[in-house]
Design a protein around this ligand. Structure first.
Ligand SMILES: NC(=O)c1ccc[n+]([C@@H]2O[C@H](COP(=O)([O-])OP(=O)(O)OC[C@H]3O[C@@H](n4cnc5c(N)ncnc54)[C@H](OP(=O)(O)O)[C@@H]3O)[C@@H](O)[C@H]2O)c1
Length: 195
C-alpha cells in the first residue's frame, strides 16, 4: 500500500488521477489543496484532506510525514513551489516526486519556438532536476477531455512527438509511476497521443 500526497488536488489532471488511484490501486491518498470546499465526490475511507498552501513550508512539511510519493499538480508560482517541495521532501526523507510540467520547456517541440510564458515551468523543472530526489517530470501536450487512454512518451533530449493528450492519459501515467517503484526515476518525459 502506497501513501501518496497530491499537491493541488483540485487541479484538472489531479481529479482524473484521484479517480484512477481509487479505482485501480489500494493507495492511501492525502489531498492537499487551498480550498477543500471545491472537492467533489471523494468520500473514500482512503482519502485524507489537508487544506493548505504549497507556499506554506511548515504546513507542507507536516503533510509530507509518512508519505511514499508526492505528486505535484500545480500552477502559478512554480519556482517558489518547486523550492518548497524539494525542501519539504528533503527534510522529511520523502524521495519520490512526480511533477507535472508542460511540453516546450526545453524548446523541444518541432516547429514551435520557446515562449517566456514557459519560464516558470522551465525554472521549476531545473530546480527539481538539480535535487537528489527520485523525480519524474511529465511534460504533457495540450490537454483534451477525451475519454481515452492513449499516449506515448519521449525522453529529455529527444524532439517532442505529437501535440495533444487526454487528461485521462496523463492521469494513467501518474498512477503507474506512483505505484511502480523505480519506474522512470530521474527522467523528464514528454507525453502525447501518438499521431
Ligand atoms: N491546459 C493544458 O493543455 C496544459 C498542457 C500542459 C501542461 N499544463 C500544465 O499542467 C499543470 C497541471 O494542469 P491542470 O489542468 O491540472 O492545472 P489546474 O487545473 O490549473 O490546477 C493547478 C492547481 O494548482 C493549485 N495551486 C496553485 N497555487 C497553489 C498554492 N500556492 N498552493 C496549493 N495549490 C496551489 C490550484 O489550486 P486552487 O484550486 O486553490 O487554485 C489548482 O488546483 C498546470 O501547471 C498546467 O498549466 C497544461
Amino acid at each position: 500500500m502506497t501513501n501518496v500526497l497530491i499537491l493541488g488536488a483540485n487541479g484538472s489532471i489531479a481529479r482524473f488521477a484521484i479517480d484512477l488511484f481509487l479505482k485501480e490501486t489500494d493507495a492511501q491518498l492525502t489531498l492537499y489543496l487551498r480550498n477543500s470546499g471545491r472537492l467533489k465526490n471523494v468520500d473514500s475511507s482512503r482519502v485524507r484532506i489537508i487544506e493548505g498552501d504549497v507556499l506554506d513550508i511548515e504546513k507542507l512539511k507536516e503533510a509530507m510525514i509518512g508519505q511514499d510519493v508526492v505528486y505535484a499538480n500545480l500552477a502559478g508560482s512554480l519556482e517558489r513551489m518547486a523550492k518548497n517541495v524539494v525542501e519539504a521532501m528533503d527534510s522529511t526523507d520523502v524521495n519520490r516526486l512526480i511533477w507535472i510540467s508542460s511540453m516546450g520547456i526545453y524548446d523541444e517541440v518541432p516547429g514551435e519556438r520557446y515562449s517566456s510564458i514557459l519560464d516558470p515551468y522551465r525554472k521549476s523543472a531545473a530546480i527539481i532536476e538539480a535535487s537528489d530526489l527520485d523525480y519524474t517530470i511529465l511534460r504533457p501536450g495540450w490537454f483534451t477531455n477525451k475519454d481515452e487512454i492513449d499516449y506515448e512518451t519521449t525522453p529529455k533530449g529527444e524532439p517532442f512527438k505529437g501535440h495533444d493528450v487526454s487528461r485521462k492519459s496523463v492521469a494513467d501515467l501518474i498512477v503507474k509511476l506512483a505505484v511502480t517503484p523505480g519506474l522512470e526515476v530521474r527522467q523528464s518525459l514528454g507525453v502525447s497521443k501518438p499521431e
